[in-house]
Structures are given as C-alpha cells and as structure tokens.
Ligand binder design. Sequence first.
Ligand code: NAG
Ligand code: NAG
Ligand code: NAG
Ligand code: NAG
Ligand code: NAG
Length: 387
Amino acid sequence: MASKIIFFFLFILFPSQFHLCGAQTLVKAGYWYASGEFPIQDINSALFTHLSYAFADVNASNYQLLIPSASQQYFSTFPTIVKRRNPSVKPLLSIWNGISATGKSIAGENVNDSVLSSMVSASSKRKAFIDSSIKTARRYGFQGIDLFWVWPNSTDLSNIGVLLDEWRAAINSEQIQPGESQLILTLAIRYLPTIEMVSYPIDSIRRNVDWAHVVAYDYHLPTRENFTGLHAALYNPSSNVNTDFGIREWLNKGMPPSKLVLGLPYHGYAWKLVSSQDNAIGAPASGPAVNIDGSMGYKAIKSYIRDYGYGATSVYNATYVVNLLATPTIWINFDDVETIKAKMSYVKEKKLIGFKAFQLSNDDNWVLSRAGSSRRGKPIKQAAVVA
Ligand SMILES: *[C@@H]1O[C@H](CO)[C@@H](O)[C@H](O)[C@H]1NC(C)=O
Ligand SMILES: *[C@@H]1O[C@H](CO)[C@@H](O)[C@H](O)[C@H]1NC(C)=O
Ligand SMILES: *[C@@H]1O[C@H](CO)[C@@H](O)[C@H](O)[C@H]1NC(C)=O
Ligand SMILES: *[C@@H]1O[C@H](CO)[C@@H](O)[C@H](O)[C@H]1NC(C)=O
Ligand SMILES: *[C@@H]1O[C@H](CO)[C@@H](O)[C@H](O)[C@H]1NC(C)=O
C-alpha cells in the first residue's frame, strides 16, 4: 500500500493566560471597593490581570487626587498585597467623583458631582489633576490609572477628549524609573456612545486609552421605574436598552473592539411585585425590595435563595441572557454563572478584549470570576491527507 494517510490533530491548549489571536492577553479585571469591608488579602489575584482600587476622589479646590482618610491604609497597601498571590497582576488606581444612577454615593459622604466637570473645563485644572494622578499612582506602586466617570453630561464629553490627549501626552513623556513600565490608562464608558445626542469623543478615546470598559449594567432600577426591568440584559428583542445594542453602536461609530472591555455586574436588583400573579419582565412593581435601593450583591442573592427555601429557584433566560428569581412578592434579576459565561462568549464573538467586574466583594467564593476567566480555547482539529 503506497497511500499513506496522516492525520494531524493540532490541539492548541491555551495556558491560563488566555491569548486572543496569539497577541493580546485577555483582560480579566475587577474593582475592589474600599468601603466594601472585604479584606484585600482575600482577593484571589490569580484570577485577574488587572485589579482596580476604587476609589480615589478629586479635591474640589485644587483638583489633585484625594484619598479619604478612612481608606488611606488600604490605598497604600493595595498594590503590594494584590501582587502576593499573583506578581504579574497590575494594580490600577481608579478615580471617581460622581453620584450613581440610584442617587446614592458609593464612595463615601463628600461626593461632589461637579468637580470632574469643572476639572475638565480648564487647562490649568486638567494639568493639576493629571500631574497628581501620575504622581500618586507612582508613589504607591500602581501600574495604571482608571477614570470611572459614569455620568458626564454632553458638555463634559468634548472636554474629556481634550483631557485624554493631555493625559496620554503626560504619561508618554514621564521619566520611567528602572523596573517601571509606562502607566496604563483606562476609562469607564456608558453602554451607549451618545449622551443627550452628543457623541463621546471616540477618536480621542481610541487614540489615548489602553482600553475603555463599558458599564453594561444598571439600565433599569427599582428606584426609578415601577415595572420590573432587566438591569444588565445582553439582548432584548423588544427594546434597545441592552448591552448588544450599545456595543454595536460603539463599534459602528468606529470604536475598535480591541479597545473595548465588557463590564460585568456582580450585583442584581430586587423589585417588589404588585401582584403575585404577574412576575413577567415588565410586570407592575412598587419600588425596591429587600433594601433601600433593591441592589443586592451576588453572594447576598445566593444566600437569599438558600434561606428562602422551597419555591425560590432562579432560572436562566437565554433570550435576554439573565438569571431571574420570582417569589410571590419579589422579583430579582442578576448575573449567575450561565449569564457570565454567555457574556464571555459574546466578548469572544465580538472580538472584545476582556471583562471588568464591578465589584469583587460581591462574588461568592469566586464562582463568577472563575466563570469569566476560565474559558479555554477549544481544540482546533486539522486533518491533512497525504497520498
Ligand atoms: C463642588 O465642586 C465645585 C467645582 O470644583 C466647587 O466649586 C464647589 O465648591 C464644590 N462644592 C462643595 C460643596 O465642595
Ligand atoms: C483640598 O485642597 C485645598 C487647597 O490646596 C486644601 O486646603 C485642602 O486641605 C484640600 N482638601 C483635603 C480634604 O485635603
Ligand atoms: C454639565 O455639568 C456642568 C457641571 O455641573 C454644568 O456646568 C454644565 O452646564 C452642564 N452641561 C449641560 C449641557 O447640562
Ligand atoms: C412606585 O410605586 C410606589 C408605590 O406605589 C410609589 O410610592 C413610587 O412613587 C412609585 N415610583 C415611581 C418611580 O413611579
Ligand atoms: C425568556 O423570557 C421570555 C419572556 O418571559 C419568554 O418568552 C422566553 O420563553 C424565555 N426564554 C427562555 C430561553 O427561557
């Protein structure tokens, strides 16, 4: 027999540092929230490439970074502690100064949502802010800076474009010390690329940031609406308020997928149902359940389900990509493992570069973080016939 058949089976098994296209390492990032009372040393850094300290504030009179004195001790030790379990994880310093959609300050009392607006509006203020951000990051051993400004208005948007140009120039011209590398610059962006009909400065963003992460959650809140709604749906056949719609808008407007990271919520929202007979999506509700704004961390939701016992089962809905739990009185929507996995398949499909979780203390024994980061490359089978 002269003919010889050789099959080549090429199994490409990616190492835990999953590589996309052989070049780009998947970004596996998360926020550690200083007021969450979750010890830094309990973060499983091995599951992440980047960990953000949340948050530094901005001083309303001199525009330099401000670390609330209560969290000073965490701030100064964060980079060292997260590197113990994973020396290659990159600690990022995240800056915030706004009020969340719920109107609730998540960064402590003295929140002033016009500080960032004021800062970006004048060159001298931007300079004070930029210089201080770089100096502070270096002094404490952070390897990058993140701006988490989720509620800019339309006037702020073009100023953000200028800020990013100046910030990038300052980072590029910094004198790098031995053992250091250039600081990373990242930006939180809303799920839609326009605010009040004005577009985000997409050219400046793509030019200047290492990546932007989409805040793909908090779309519908029980404090704001009296109908149950999905706060982080990937799809929605009957509405444009969903992550896929937003991502496609960003991509259509020229944002490269290689600069986009998907935000994953480690929280859900609980609504009070008006009628035990109607627990559909869009059912009448009468505000938040369980607590003042209805927000519940994933861990708290799982424990609520366990404690409730018989009759409380959450179901995964693949049409919207969400987990739902309805009791006769309460309706909760959240991201469980199936949801996170489906969102990570979406990341791959759209060639985005990773995820950023908000926020880590709400995970339950790292199951969501593992679901986000453990996806391996599928074996690629190639057969060749040689006669
Ligand atoms: C809020 O920030 C603006 C702009 O920096 C400043 O003028 C104002 O005094 C601040 N308000 C408070 C209460 O700190
Ligand atoms: C903010 O900056 C002003 C002016 O430099 C300074 O007097 C003030 O102490 C700073 N605020 C805090 C809380 O550090
Ligand atoms: C945006 O916010 C800033 C600060 O609060 C304010 O001065 C400005 O007028 C606002 N612009 C719009 C279009 O609302
Ligand atoms: C929702 O319903 C509750 C109770 O009926 C009411 O107090 C609240 O004002 C309503 N909220 C909104 C946003 O309509
Ligand atoms: C998801 O929910 C919708 C609306 O309640 C329902 O029509 C659909 O069958 C559900 N899909 C799955 C896959 O469960």
